[in-house]
Design a protein around this ligand. Structure first.
Ligand SMILES: NC(=O)c1ccc[n+]([C@@H]2O[C@H](COP(=O)([O-])OP(=O)(O)OC[C@H]3O[C@@H](n4cnc5c(N)ncnc54)[C@H](OP(=O)(O)O)[C@@H]3O)[C@@H](O)[C@H]2O)c1
Length: 185
């Protein structure tokens, strides 16, 4: 927990641990119905999402969800001129707790939904859980890893274990997607 907030990560990665291809784009091969259904249901129970400027989820209820959008274009926390339910946040100038307070979220579940800089920021701050889906038949050599290469070495599972999280048994979400829930004891 960070203050009154439970921090959870959500990602779908290729077999070799990438969330996007070598050009920085999330390819169609990673966009799986079973993951979309799982993610859409899971995020229903989230009080705020946090993501980088290029990583907003696209779902029917996206517009109604409170969110922090990371950007270095602001000094600390500012209103998002395009969305009354969002705040622009630069963690160099304001803490997560202060940013969520500015967003009007007093506590509850916070979802980090990418990309790699955001996943890495929260790996350092401390996840309570990380929901790691995989497309086991996809490999994306040279792609974007879940966690930034220059901050955290190795496969996402090694990064999560190194951060003190423990995997639950991997389950199949469908024919072509698996889910491993990583939790903190
Ligand atoms: N497979 C998955 O589960 C998954 C999940 C999420 C994203 N993705 C994919 O990952 C790719 C996006 O990755 P990305 O790294 O390019 O984009 P990103 O993390 O979504 O956004 C990067 C931008 O966010 C801001 N930012 C990130 N960390 C920050 C920090 N610590 N402080 C201040 N600002 C920060 C910066 O914005 P400014 O430039 O405005 O300063 C930065 O340019 C996309 O292809 C997306 O589809 C995949």
């Amino acid at each position: 927990m960070i203050g009154p907030y439970r921090i959870e990560g959500y990602a779908i990665a290729s077999a070799d641990g990438m969330i996007a291809d070598a050009s920085g784009i999330m390819p169609l091969s990673l966009q799986r119905d079973a993951d979309k259904i799982y993610f859409e249901e899971a995020i229903e129970h989230i009080d705020a999402v946090v993501h980088g400027r290029r990583s907003q989820e696209i779902q029917p209820k996206t517009a109604a969800r409170r969110r922090l959008v990371l950007t270095r274009s602001v000094a600390a926390v500012e209103p998002d001129p395009t969305n009354a339910l969002a705040r622009l946040w630069n963690p160099a100038g304001a803490s997560l707790v202060d940013a969520l307070a500015a967003l009007g979220v007093a506590g509850g579940r916070v979802a980090a939904i990418g990309g790699p800089q955001v996943y890495s920021l929260f790996l350092a701050l401390g996840y309570d859980a990380f929901h790691l889906c995989r497309a086991p038949d996809v490999r994306l050599p040279g792609g974007l890893r879940v966690f930034q290469r220059d901050r955290f070495d190795g496969e996402p599972v090694a990064c999560l274990a190194g951060a003190g999280l423990t995997p639950q048994p991997t389950v199949a979400l469908g024919e072509d997607v698996t889910l491993t829930e990583w939790t903190r004891a």
